[in-house]
Write a protein that binds this ligand. Structure first.
Ligand code: ZN
Ligand code: ZN
Length: 414
């Protein structure tokens, strides 16, 4: 279907029968029972049950805890709708009546919203199957946060065991006054890599540093010198972030330890920048260890994380047009690529177009009360993803279902 206005009308029709209270109950239940990466057994079972009840053929345990539901509805394109299901090791501090009941675990990234959207979209499209033709595949992905969930599903044959997608859609709740749908044609999220560094020094008594090679000082120089990688080696037009998130060394004030460990995270948006920054990190680490006289070369272990997420520009423009029809021109805008990362794109086979957009979810009262005049100031002052205070407004549940339903309808045959 190609006329955005017609698609939007159809999406409204198909979702008009959904009960907001039911979606809210489902969401609150998921929020109360968050599960960490690859432990999403209860969440997966809840999603699978709803998909089965709606008439989908459902496979569980795909990529360990993933769920795949297939609704074959005649000739036409195969559309995948993907949502991630895992929670985070965060102690919830929202004080909500439906706050997490699991100590130290919270749906702080809003993946419970994503599962609710998937369930609602699956049910609406199944109930309205008379008006579209094609195959709908609903993918509940595990372990987006801890890494490896999408990769695990691919390794488990998600592209071979189920109908291969002709188009793939995903969306994420984001901070910002609830009810906007940012869309970016092209690059929308960055590549992420983790790097572990081990500095091998020579330990000894704190009173006799001359008999040691102090890895604390060496690692401190590394941290400092790494700050010049982005500022001095990356062109102003390019983007990169190098963060040292962990620095572990030592046990006692008068003992010089034998090693220090650093954990780095790298975000980039272009392969040539990534290569350049990775090479610089290796050079800085090796150079500082050489300068300090470390007896053994350092270890630099790269764990490749997520690739860039690059929306198909034509597909994004098509879906953005539909969402404008649904919610108003002013609700859809492009805020450019983010430094956040996702493994969503791994679920798209080579060459298959995909589109990933955002649904802003900050409650109006929270947004209005946040200090600041400019959008950026306000954004900095409301709880964002991964915050212990992150609390998406329930008003985004139905719109998030509509965005998915309309995207699928836009691709399906009438
Ligand atoms: Zn997250
Ligand atoms: Zn997330």
């Amino acid at each position: 279907m190609t006329d955005p206005a017609a698609v939007a009308r159809l999406a409204e029709d198909l979702t008009s029968g959904l009960k907001t209270g039911d979606l809210e109950d489902f969401y609150r239940d998921l929020h109360r029972h968050p599960e960490l990466a690859f432990q999403e057994h209860r969440t997966a079972a809840r999603l699978a049950a709803r998909l089965r009840a709606a008439g989908f053929e459902v496979a569980e345990g795909v990529g360990r805890t993933g769920v795949v539901g297939v609704l074959a509805n005649g000739d036409g394109p195969v559309v995948w709708l993907r949502g991630d299901m895992d929670a985070l090791p965060v102690q919830e501090a929202t004080g909500l009546p439906y706050a997490s009941t699991v100590d130290g675990v919270m749906h702080a990234c809003g993946h419970d919203v994503h599962v609710t959207w998937l369930a609602g979209a699956a049910e609406a499209l199944a109930a309205g199957r008379a008006v579209w033709s094609g195959t709908l595949v609903v993918v509940g992905q595990p372990a987006e946060e801890a890494g490896g969930g999408a990769g695990a599903m691919v390794a488990d044959g998600v592209h071979e065991r189920f109908p291969r997608p002709d188009a793939l859609f995903g969306q994420h709740v984001a901070p910002g006054l609830a009810g906007f749908f940012p869309h970016t044609p092209g690059l929308t999220m960055s590549a992420s890599d983790d790097i572990e560094v081990v500095v091998h020094g020579v330990g000894g008594h704190g009173s006799r540093p001359e008999s040691t090679v102090d890895p604390v000082v060496t690692a401190a120089y590394i941290v400092t010198r790494l700050q010049s990688v982005v500022s001095r080696e990356v062109a102003a037009k390019d983007s990169a972030v190098v963060t040292v998130g962990q620095f572990h060394a030592g046990t006692k004030s008068n003992v010089i330890p034998a090693e220090a460990r650093l954990s780095l995270n790298l975000r980039t948006q272009e392969p040539h920048v990534r290569e350049r920054v990775l090479a610089a990190i290796r050079r800085v680490v090796e150079g500082e260890c050489l300068a300090a006289g470390c007896p053994v070369p350092p270890e630099v272990l790269l764990t490749p994380g997520y690739p860039n997420t690059v929306n198909d520009a034509a597909l994004d423009e098509e879906i953005a047009a539909v969402h404008r029809q649904l919610f108003g021109d002013f609700t859809v805008f492009d805020f450019g690529p983010a430094m956040g990362s996702e493994d969503f794109s791994l679920l798209a086979p080579e060459g298959v177009p995909y589109d990933y957009w955002y649904v802003t979810s900050t409650p109006a009262a929270v947004w209005d009360a946040a200090p600041g005049e400019e959008l950026a100031e306000k954004l900095a002052n409301v709880p964002g993803n991964h915050s212990a205070l992150f609390a998406p407004d329930l008003s985004v549940l139905l719109p998030g279902v509509r965005t998915l339903v309309s995207a699928a309808l836009s691709r399906f045959t009438a």
